[in-house]
Design a protein around this ligand. Structure first.
Ligand SMILES: Nc1ncnc2c1ncn2[C@@H]1O[C@H](COP(=O)(O)OP(=O)(O)OP(=O)(O)O)[C@@H](O)[C@H]1O
Ligand SMILES: [Zn+2]
Length: 441
């Protein structure tokens, strides 16, 4: 398959039997919002597609459980950092569960890797890629003039002149970033540089290096806002330590916007995922993200959510209609699949996840199935339904078209019809309610 790589600005092939993926995880100081769910669902869609095609995926994600934002939140709520991280980590895991996410093979809170972080930074210092000033360690950008800026397509001189980062007189160069921070406030850890905390950019570089044994990984993903400085800084540390690329493909998703503006906690326009999932099915959010190519911005609106609801209702109604036909026409469906549909599906997905085209394909199949029902020529029904179910399940949509009816459903349906014919509406209504619960009506 081909995926767009931000570093080379090209679509690149990945035709391997086993794929290593890393995604930057959340900083657990608040509930995540539906914008944060975009990179999560993007990786979920990709991984499901790869695994359905027999490719082994090893997926690593970090959890940022040490950070200034966590300390600030603990202070403002008059509680401990641990209380904050416990609360929001469990909310995050609950969100993933409700979204039906294929969990990472490993989810690592950075607080568990402080010694490894210390060793990693020591190596950078030994290589003179980083320098220690009085317990604060910085990465030395000047040593990597040729490499730095490649991922975000920025020139170092432009970055320096446009740099509005707070002036830190200790740094040699204003672009040098913190890999270890000497701190007074909040949780501190022992290290060979003294007490302090790890830098965020080093966290991901270290975890990738350690978990994947210094091998260039296949895919690194995250939202477009992470391209610079976070991913640029991750990459440069990895290049400095291993003298090779961190990732073969850098995948960046566009922002979820609301009224054209990035959804963000700091802007105050965020809808938490918890809140969304209390009101709508997870399938609706999946559908919303599938409508637009992942690299493009996507504007969320009530109207779009409404369309997502309609899509799911359409699937549910079709499923009921099929059950009724299975009973009325005494049909039995087999397991055959229409490979021409699957080939098309694979082709769209393999072309940098062209999911909007996949949704059009689904609509075409739905139309075909409705035509079959109207014509009552059921010879191709199994093929179409099984293909549709294959596509829905590969996309992680939990809704599917039922292909069997139970004896109980069949009996109740026939009883109901009989009561209606006999004009026994009271009993017919009771049976009707049962059939609605069983999703036959
Ligand atoms: N509006 C958005 N649309 C799509 N992806 C987003 C959006 N906001 C954040 N992300 C992505 O979500 C992931 C988690 O990011 P992070 O925890 O840094 O969120 P954040 O940027 O702090 O959110 P906020 O901007 O609300 O403070 C990252 O991959 C980030 O790029
Ligand atoms: Zn990262």
């Amino acid at each position: 398959m081909k995926l767009f790589d931000t570093l080379s600005q090209n679509k690149k092939h990945i035709n391997k039997k086993a794929i290593n993926i890393y995604s930057c995880g959340p900083t657990i100081y608040d509930f995540i919002h539906i914008g944060n769910a975009r990179p999560i669902l993007l990786m979920d869609t990709l991984i499901r597609f790869l695994e359905t095609n027999g490719i082994k995926v090893n997926f690593l994600q970090n959890i940022t459980d040490i950070d200034d934002k966590i300390i600030q939140k603990a202070i403002s709520e008059n509680t401990t950092e641990k209380e904050i991280t416990n609360k929001y980590l469990s909310a995050f895991l609950d969100n993933l569960n409700k979204l039906n996410i294929r969990m990472p093979n490993k989810l690592i809170p950075i607080s568990e890797k402080i010694n490894e972080m210390n060793n990693f930074i020591n190596i950078l210092v030994k290589k003179e890629a980083a320098y220690n000033i009085d317990g604060d360690v910085y990465f030395d950008i000047s040593k990597y003039q040729k490499e730095y800026g490649k991922l975000s397509n920025k020139k170092i001189d432009d970055l320096i002149s446009g740099n509005r980062v707070e002036i830190d007189l200790k740094k040699k160069n204003s672009l040098d970033f913190s890999v270890w921070k000497k701190t007074n406030l909040g949780i501190k850890f022992d290290s060979s540089f003294g007490k302090g905390r790890p830098g965020w950019h080093t966290e991901c570089a270290l975890l990738i290096d350690e978990y994947f044994d210094g091998e260039t990984i296949d895919i690194h993903s995250g939202g477009i806002d992470l391209q610079f400085p976070h991913h640029e800084n991750e990459r440069i540390q990895y290049v400095a330590k291993n003298n090779k690329e961190l990732a073969n493909i850098w995948m960046h998703n566009g922002h979820l916007t609301i009224d054209g503006e990035k959804m963000s906690k700091s802007i105050g326009n965020a809808m938490t995922l918890t809140n969304f999932l209390e009101n709508y099915q997870a399938d609706i959010l999946r559908w919303v993200f599938l409508t637009t190519h992942y690299k493009q911005p996507l504007n969320i609106s009530d109207d779009l959510i409404e369309q997502g609801k309609k899509f799911i209702t359409k699937l549910n109604n079709l499923s009921k209609k099929i059950k009724q036909n299975l009973i009325i026409e005494s049909l039995k469906l087999d397991k055959q699949i229409d490979f021409s549909y699957i080939e098309q599906f694979n082709q769209y997905m393999s072309d940098d996840l062209n999911t909007s085209r996949v949704l059009t394909l689904i609509e075409e199949i739905l139309k075909d199935i409705n035509k079959i029902i109207l014509s009552k020529d059921f010879s191709l029904l199994s093929l179409k339904i099984n293909s549709l179910n294959y596509i829905l399940s590969t996309l992680g949509i939990s809704c599917s078209i039922k292909t069997v009816v139970t004896q109980e459903e069949e009996k109740l349906y026939k009883d109901w019809k009989e009561k209606v014919t006999q004009k026994d509406f009271e009993n017919a209504d009771l049976l009707r309610n049962e059939l609605i619960k069983m999703e036959v009506l």
